[in-house]
Design a protein around this ligand. Structure first.
Ligand code: UT7
Length: 336
């Protein structure tokens, strides 16, 4: 019997219909399409409708991930939602998703690690599956991040968007599952760096949800060094090299950060999944949205090794290595 691991059975996503272009934004604040594209790579972002909540986005992404995995909700016993923009202070957005799916058992809770939230959520779900406490998890990154933007602050309001991505993980202990699923996750934080990226509100501090404040240059500097180091850590922990990586699915915060990670790794651009142009930075949703897109359009295939990384306010950052799909014995339910 090999060690129990979490296989990735399917991915799903959801993007709100409304698209806001850079030119439209330039009518509201002192910015330009040229500045935004040159400095970030962003051309547009999706914006949730007024009556669309984070749980609605998360629910839609969960349904699409379950369909891709070929599983019914009865097989799921854990829901973990990574979000910075929950529907309510409580109950958790995950319990709203649980109710929406009609799931009457198991457990559901939120994880808060801002833009690194999805990697944190995968780590928590994977650990709970490995220890045998849960069998099958939906792990979701979902945000209505545009609700906490200061639309007068051009240094932040041009950067973010709304969306949700989800994956389905299931426990497996058979010998040929070795090398598949979540290989490892690597989490870090440094609370001393709060001031460079935070929200100036919260139930305890002010009773309001507040707005995003960021020293972009400082976050950029930390991102390049910390993400580089955590990528090395993930590869070393698995005795893998860059050549083993089929895809880098990075956090979509800035095209220049993504390019510098790829260059540092000496990874050709064709092996990097980049959605920032169309999605902007969707915080916890950015990695699973990018992964779902690349799985659905056939770039990421079963058997491929995928490296994730992300950094966000806190600071918090992390990386993960996942081999997509399932070994032959388990091919009743396959990765979409
Ligand atoms: O997801 C969480 C992680 N977040 C990140 O990783 C974000 C990391 N940081 C970044 O992506 C970049 O720092 C930004 C895209 C936020 C900013 O790019 P930058 O090249 O670092 O620009 P900057 O902040 O140094 O600003 C350069 C200039 C400033 O003008 P002056 O002082 O040189 O005259 C800004 O006022 O650009 C100005 N500026 C803008 N101009 C037009 C800032 N925002 C805008 C804007 N449109 N939207």
């Amino acid at each position: 019997m090999t060690a129990r691991r979490s296989l990735l059975l399917g991915c799903g996503s959801y993007l709100p219909d409304r698209v806001l272009s850079n030119d439209e934004l330039a009518e509201r604040v002192d910015t330009s399409d040229e500045w935004i594209v040159q400095r970030t790579g962003i051309r547009q972002r999706h914006i949730a409708a007024e009556d669309e909540l984070t749980s609605d986005l998360a629910l839609a992404a969960s349904r699409s991930a379950l369909a891709a995995a070929g599983l019914g909700v009865d097989e799921v016993d854990l829901i973990v939602v990574a979000t910075t923009t929950p529907d309510d202070t409580f109950p958790s957005t995950a319990t709203r998703v649980q109710a929406g799916l009609g799931m009457r058992r198991g457990a559901a809770f939120d994880v808060q690690a801002v833009c690194a939230g999805f990697i944190y959520a995968v780590s928590v779900a994977d650990s709970l599956i490995r220890t045998g406490q849960f069998e099958c998890a939906i792990v979701i990154g979902a945000e209505t991040f545009t609700r906490i933007l200061d639309w007068q602050d051009r240094s932040t309001c041009v950067l973010f968007g709304d969306g949700a991505g989800a994956i389905v993980l299931r426990g497996d202990s058979s010998p040929d599952s070795s090398g598949y699923g979540v290989l490892s996750t690597h989490l870090h934080s440094d609370g001393r760096e709060r001031e460079i990226l935070y929200v100036d509100g919260g139930p305890s501090r002010s009773g309001t949800s507040g707005h995003v404040r960021m020293n972009g240059r400082e976050v950029y500097r930390h991102a390049v060094s910390k993400l580089g180091r955590v990528i090395d850590e993930a590869l070393t922990a698995n005795r893998l090299s860059v050549d083993d990586v089929d895809w880098l699915v990075p956090h979509q915060a800035n095209r220049r950060i993504i390019d510098s990670m790829a260059a540092r790794m000496k990874l050709p651009p064709e092996k990097v999944v980049c959605t920032i142009e169309r999605h902007a930075n969707t915080s916890a949703a950015s990695v699973p949205l990018a992964l779902a897109e690349a799985v659905m359009d056939g770039r990421v295939k079963p058997g491929h090794l995928v490296l994730f990384e992300a950094i966000g306010g806190g600071l918090v950052w992390g990386a993960g290595l996942v081999r997509i799909g399932v070994p032959r014995h388990a091919q009743g339910s396959h990765c979409a």
